[in-house]
Design a protein around this ligand. Structure first.
Ligand SMILES: Cc1cc2nc3c(=O)[nH]c(=O)nc-3n(C[C@H](O)[C@H](O)[C@H](O)COP(=O)(O)O)c2cc1C
Length: 334
């Protein structure tokens, strides 16, 4: 019997790195019978260990921890310099490009020691020996996939569940590389992965924003719906004020590399439009644009900030996380 079998409500709070994810949000979701997640991305191993301890103090329920799988190689340094120069020429003060692995080894050690019930991975498939180590520690290993090919690799590596991410999803694409994937819509992807006959449990994610769409992905064969944007206006979330306000209003979203060098969906804004040609270089560009993003946040400039959002963002509610869970589960039989 796995974590998905034990969940009272088949809803997973998506890990939301970069601010929105908090211990309070995960704890509230767990308290409502769904699966809360901690986002380890862009945190130090020490911070992650502290957050796990704080969440354990707040709840006895199952929870997950999400890790970024590091990129195998840096982007083209000449392209990165060109991009930084372009920003400087436009009057900005870009940061230094830095290729790093988000403290991968340190965080793997933390989760092996802390043994959260679920460890999920995005941006790649961890090596089979890492998944084996998770299993020996007593954790399930879930892998985010965006195509049938990625799903095949994740199954071969020993994944316990696949987080099937449709192109509707807010934030970064979980694709194993910038050229893998295939921009599948969520329902098509669930079908291609076998739907209810999938050999490995499916967790659906991307644009799920209402009780009816939660019911739809369950009908399409998912064991749970992983919801991100719909939790970002909760008081427990750490979403910035400008970002919260932007989510509430109807506005088109688009996929861009302009902020981080990796494709991600956000509300279409000035910075995206000004930089349609950003190179593939994550996390170098994350560091290059960091001072610009910090300044935009300080000044409340929604045009200069990465306003990550799924396609259903305007349907998100400003309500406590427990209420959002109960609302999203409304159309599921008890
Ligand atoms: C602000 C933001 C941060 C995200 N951070 C992560 C993350 O750290 N790890 C991860 O696996 N997915 C991350 N995602 C993607 C979510 O897991 C999920 O696939 C997505 O939110 C689903 O689409 P929705 O936002 O329309 O619900 C993030 C999404 C957003 C909007």
């Amino acid at each position: 019997v796995g974590v998905l079998d034990r969940l009272r409500v088949p809803i997973v709070q998506a890990p939301l790195a970069g601010g929105p994810s908090t211990v309070e949000l995960a704890a509230a979701v767990c308290g409502a019978g769904a699966l809360g997640f901690l986002a380890a991305g862009m945190r130090t191993p020490e911070e992650l260990a502290e957050e796990i301890a704080a969440l354990r103090a707040a709840t006895d329920a199952d929870f997950g921890v999400n890790l970024f799988v590091p990129a195998p190689a840096p982007g083209d340094p000449a392209e990165v310099s060109r991009y930084a120069r372009q920003l400087r020429d436009a009057g900005a003060e870009p940061g230094e490009p830095r290729f790093e692995d988000d403290a991968w080894k340190g965080k793997v050690e933390v989760v092996l020691a802390e043994r959260p019930p679920v460890v999920s991975f995005t941006f790649g498939c961890p090596p089979a020996d890492v998944i084996r180590a998770m299993h020996e520690a007593g954790s399930e290993a879930w892998v985010t996939v965006t195509s049938p090919e990625e799903a095949e690799r994740a199954r071969e590596a020993g994944a316990d569940a696949l987080v099937a991410q449709g192109i509707e999803a807010g934030g970064h694409r979980g694709a194993f590389s910038e050229d893998s994937g295939g921009d599948f819509g969520l329902l098509a992807l669930l079908a291609l992965l076998g739907g209810p006959d999938s050999p490995v449990a499916l967790v659906a994610t991307g644009g799920i924003s209402t009780p009816a769409t939660v019911a739809a992905v369950i009908a399409a064969g998912a064991r749970a719906a992983q919801v991100g944007t719909a939790f970002m206006r909760c008081p427990e979330a750490g979403t910035k004020a400008v970002h919260r306000d932007a989510l509430a209003d109807p506005a088109p979203t688009a996929v861009t590399r302009a902020f981080t060098g990796r494709r991600a969906r956000g509300i279409r804004n000035r910075f995206m439009d000004e930089h349609p040609d950003a190179p593939t270089a994550y996390p170098e560009l994350l560091h290059v644009t960091a001072p610009l993003r910090a300044r935009a946040a300080r000044e409340g400039d929604a045009g200069g900030l990465n306003l990550w959002a799924g396609q259903g963002h305007e349907l998100s509610r400003e309500a406590p996380a427990a209420e959002v869970v109960a609302w999203l589960a409304e159309r599921l039989g008890a």
